[in-house]
Design a protein around this ligand. Structure first.
Ligand SMILES: NC(=O)c1ccc[n+]([C@@H]2O[C@H](COP(=O)([O-])OP(=O)(O)OC[C@H]3O[C@@H](n4cnc5c(N)ncnc54)[C@H](OP(=O)(O)O)[C@@H]3O)[C@@H](O)[C@H]2O)c1
Length: 164
């Protein structure tokens, strides 16, 4: 599978879960996040700041997962890397996932939803060491406005636990 935008928190979970199913994972990551993407288990890394992803992927993939804020045209072009009968998955809900009915390529937009059973399954994967939670900071609730300001300014890697 190809994961575009694998350098964030969602990407790292996606890589770990995909590797668990036995998938071969090609992931995009800039130098900033290449180390963590490699540590999460990616088999191949494409630096999207230096290389055209379309040129770097030489074989078609079964599944494309997009997590990055790319342009719809770029997403449609990337969907061309998916083999006939494959799947395009996206979490970027503001942009539809491209499909290609003529080639049997379907598209799925994944949205977070409360599911205690699924959450318990994921927690047991954390306990087993399959998934690693990247908690970067613990802050008191009073610092929440500053955290939001920081997120808006430069983005925050990993998860922050806010203690009421
Ligand atoms: N639907 C839902 O329920 C749900 C839930 C959570 C998150 N989301 C969405 O899922 C996505 C991933 O979440 P996240 O928290 O992991 O986000 P994130 O931390 O922003 O990670 C996105 C990654 O995409 C990379 N990127 C940026 N522009 C790119 C480009 N042009 N080409 C390739 N990669 C590019 C970034 O840079 P680097 O390569 O430099 O690392 C970054 O690592 C976000 O769009 C978020 O809004 C949806």
């Amino acid at each position: 599978m190809l994961i575009v935008g694998a350098g964030g928190v969602v990407g790292k979970y996606a890589i770990a879960l995909a590797k668990r199913t036995g998938a071969y994972v090609i992931a995009t990551a800039s130098p900033r996040s290449a180390g963590t993407v490699r540590a999460a288990g990616a088999d191949e890394i494409i630096d999207h700041t230096e290389t055209e992803v379309l040129d770097a992927v030489t074989e078609q993939v079964d599944l494309l997962l997009n997590l990055a804020p790319i342009e719809p045209d770029e997403f449609t072009a990337l969907a061309g890397l998916v083999r006939d009968g494959g799947v395009v998955v996206s979490t970027t809900a503001w942009m539809p996932s491209p499909d290609d009915a003529d080639r049997g390529v379907r598209s799925v937009v994944v949205f977070v939803r409360s599911d205690a059973e699924k959450l318990a399954e994921l927690v047991s994967l954390v306990d087993e060491g399959v998934l690693a939670l990247e908690v970067t900071r613990r802050i008191p609730l009073t610092e929440l406005p500053a955290l939001h300001a920081e997120a808006a300014e430069e983005g925050i890697p990993g998860k922050v636990i806010v203690l009421p």
